[in-house]
Write a protein that binds this ligand. Structure first.
Ligand code: SF4
Length: 489
């Protein structure tokens, strides 16, 4: 490629087709790059594998794909041919489109999200809606220009509308909203797909005590400084999220210490959405559920991931499907207004039928929120090593679990998709979808995903996102819990 300004884009498109492959990007004229004559390659020095040569000129972007040195596909996308792209994302998007078309022609891969590679598929649609573009035109542009399959185009549009509606709701009820995230990065065991920076062993009581002590100190500091200033500017806490890890791994007295500090220093009001991501069903008891309710927690997540016991065991979770149902019923009896249940599609050994079965097993419980993720094979996970040991890095593009298999059923049961994001290295390049019964949508998720307001982050690995005048600045806490505790002791 000519120049280095599009390295990320080139890398991103390549990974759409080869999610587990090794991608290397050369600048024009670098050692190992193609020898070129007026933008077209003459020789290629990288033997084996797939080579794409891509360039943007004033009038068009070109991409040529070589496999083992032989040209197999070439595409040119003219700037004039894609008006919508030209006005929105200019050369950047056209280059990605040229690469996408050439790689699709070369590999024959069916990519449901087309050339839309961003992690938030609704973002572009929301900007089009803001420009006054109608639904019909948006669907046409998504399908014809960006090459989305029609169901994905419809999903992106529906979610964009839901995000707009919920954003309005957040601003109407809070005026100047603010979110708070508190992280507890410990779990009772480590899931095979986990890439979280956390010990493989369950935490000791001493570790948890030390962590909560440091966490409470950070809560106090945050309340005295940043939060104090923000409140002075008229901001109000619209959502408060205690996530992890698994916060309910804390013994009751430590959980009470944490919730007490949150109550004292943040004073979440009745209109503040207050969530604890319990996550692992094996950590829930009538006592800790009662405690959370007493401190005003209204939303809880209890995540089965799958309702298949064999898979649960294979992925290193300490609970069965029956344990999940018991925990869910305990949470229901404790009186939480909203319960979320997470599933993961394409877990090892699972296909579309397994996802359907898990959804059917969940529906009688009527969780207010149901989030379906697609398995993402992250570098730091145990699963990544297993996958690399047994395949050539390309199988996932050809064996996706289509999230469509459950969408119609969930819509029939009253659930609507309201947030949507994608992650790199996802099986089948599929998406994560948050469904909700009306009025139970998670406002914290909307605030975070849509980046519509500041979110203050507390705890190891937490990120504070300052959103001011359309600009976003991030501040990162120490990722490793041990380092976080040492530095702040
Ligand atoms: S529950 Fe989440 S954070 Fe904990 S081990 Fe599993 S994937 Fe990792």
């Amino acid at each position: 490629m000519r120049g280095h300004e599009f390295v990320n884009e080139v890398q991103t498109v390549a990974q759409v087709f080869f999610p587990l492959g090794r991608v290397r990007v050369w600048g024009w004229g670098e050692s190992g790059a193609a020898e070129c004559d007026e933008g077209y390659p003459a020789t290629l020095s990288w033997e084996g594998g797939v080579v794409v040569v891509a360039a943007v000129a004033d009038d068009a972007a070109r991409a040529v794909v070589y496999i083992n040195g032989a040209e197999v596909a070439a595409r040119v996308v003219a700037l004039d041919a894609v008006d919508v792209v030209r006005t929105e994302l200019s050369a950047r998007r056209v280059l990605m489109l040229a690469m996408f078309h050439a790689l699709r022609a070369a590999t024959g891969a069916d990519i449901p999200w087309g050339a839309l590679t961003g992690i938030r598929p609704s973002k572009m649609v929301r900007s089009w809606l803001a420009q006054g573009k109608g639904d019909a035109q948006i669907l046409r542009d998504l399908e014809d220009v960006i090459c989305l399959r029609s169901d994905k185009a419809r999903l992106a549009l529906d979610v964009a509308h839901a995000e707009n509606r919920l954003t309005q709701k957040i601003f109407e009820s809070s005026g100047a909203p603010l979110g708070i995230y508190i992280g507890v990065p410990f779990c009772p065991s480590r899931c095979a797909y986990c890439s979280f920076n956390m010990a493989a062993k369950p935490p000791t009581r001493a570790e948890l005590t030390r962590y909560v002590t440091v966490l409470v100190r950070e809560i106090k500091e945050m309340a005295r400084h940043e939060l104090h200033e923000m409140r002075h500017m008229g901001k109000r806490i619209a959502s408060l999220y205690i996530g992890g890890g698994t916060p309910t791994v804390l013994p009751d007295d430590l959980l009470a210490t944490l919730l007490d500090a949150v109550g004292e220093y943040f004073a979440p009001g009745a209109d503040c959405e207050y969530t604890v991501e319990a996550g692992r069903p094996d950590t829930l008891t009538p006592e800790n559920l009662r405690l959370m309710r007493e401190f005003g927690v209204g939303r809880i997540a209890v995540n089965p991931q799958t309702l298949n016991d064999r898979t649960l065991q294979a992925i290193g979770r300490n609970h069965t499907a029956a344990d999940f149902v018991r925990a869910f019923m305990l949470a229901r009896d404790a009186g939480f207004a909203t319960i979320n249940a997470d599933l993961i599609a394409a877990l090892p050994g699972e296909g579309e039928d397994d996802l359907r079965r898990s959804v059917e097993a969940l529906l009688p419980l009527r969780p207010e929120n149901l989030t379906i993720h697609t398995l993402s094979i992250k570098r730091a996970s145990r699963l990544r090593g297993q996958v690399e040991d047994c395949n050539d890095g390309t199988i996932f593009a050809t064996s996706p679990v289509d999230m469509n298999v459950t969408q119609a059923r969930l819509r029939d049961m009253g659930y609507a998709p309201y947030y949507l994001y994608r992650q790199k290295n996802t099986i089948g390049l599929a998406e994560n979808i948050g469904y909700s019964l009306p009025g139970h949508e998670c406002l914290y998720n909307i605030g975070m995903m849509s980046e519509i307001h500041t979110v203050l982050g507390i705890g190891a690995g937490a990120v504070t996102k300052y959103v001011e005048g359309g600009k976003i600045n991030r501040k990162f806490n120490e990722k490793n819990p041990q380092i976080y505790m040492e530095r702040r002791a």
